[in-house]
Design a protein around this ligand. Sequence first.
Ligand SMILES: Nc1ncnc2c1ncn2[C@@H]1O[C@H](COP(=O)(O)OP(=O)(O)OP(=O)(O)O)[C@@H](O)[C@H]1O
Ligand SMILES: [Mg+2]
Length: 263
Amino acid sequence: MSDLLRVENLAVHIGGLVAIADASFVVPAGQVVSLIGPNGAGKTTAFNVITGYMRPTKGRILFDGAEITGLAPDRIAERGIVRSFQRTSVFTGCTVLENALMALHRRGSAGLLGALFRLPSARREEARLREEAWAMLEFVGLAERADTLAEVLAYGEQRRLGIALAAIAGPRLLLLDEPAAGLNPSETAACMALIRQLRDRGATILLVEHDMPMVMQISDGIVVLNQGRIIASGAPAEIRANPEVIRAYLGSGDWQEAAHAAA
Ligand SMILES: Nc1ncnc2c1ncn2[C@@H]1O[C@H](COP(=O)(O)OP(=O)(O)OP(=O)(O)O)[C@@H](O)[C@H]1O
Ligand SMILES: [Mg+2]
């Protein structure tokens, strides 16, 4: 299987602080890979570097074989790497359907000029976009909420809308930073189902998540970061049996819960 993303010898120093020391890992195409580790391990920093929001001190990032290290965020997004910013990517004053339509417009194809002059091709495009918006809302289970203002959605629904808006961009690699944070068990299950469906539709997913039962169930591969270093990587079964991983997480309720869930 080919590696869609390769992170090679990545180091990120912020002021005097070493956020990432020397990290190498890969994300194979078509898989869900989770990047886990205690608070402050460097997970979000890794996302920031992969998506171009921070420059690494050292190391290379390769996407589909081409180097993307240090490119601007929009250049990286153009190549098909999309990150969900969860709530911040949702326009709360607009309805769910309007949010979906805006995300589709951002992706664009008729272009701004077509939209301005209402060209026939643009009108056809508009009808097609509406259909696609509805399909996406059906897909994420928000079709009945299409006319609801995003701000009155339940928390779990808002999170799902955030993922849907990122997915609308048609990413090849989708980065999700703690999508299940604050969700109740049924919302977490819905979020997990959505991530699986996105993978089944061809997206590759890099996930940062503290919910260990979820990580264990959903991941094809897991990369464990601790104090800016990768201490383990492998299939879920290997990771939960790894003594160094257990040590890094000792005292963490999350991990004990995971061990029970996995037992
Ligand atoms: N912009 C910044 N300025 C200063 N320090 C930063 C910045 N971003 C991250 N850090 C530091 O880098 C280290 C890694 O932080 P990061 O946010 O990547 O951790 P994380 O693994 O995402 O943690 P969490 O699970 O709590 O989200 C931490 O020590 C953090 O304080
Ligand atoms: Mg983080």
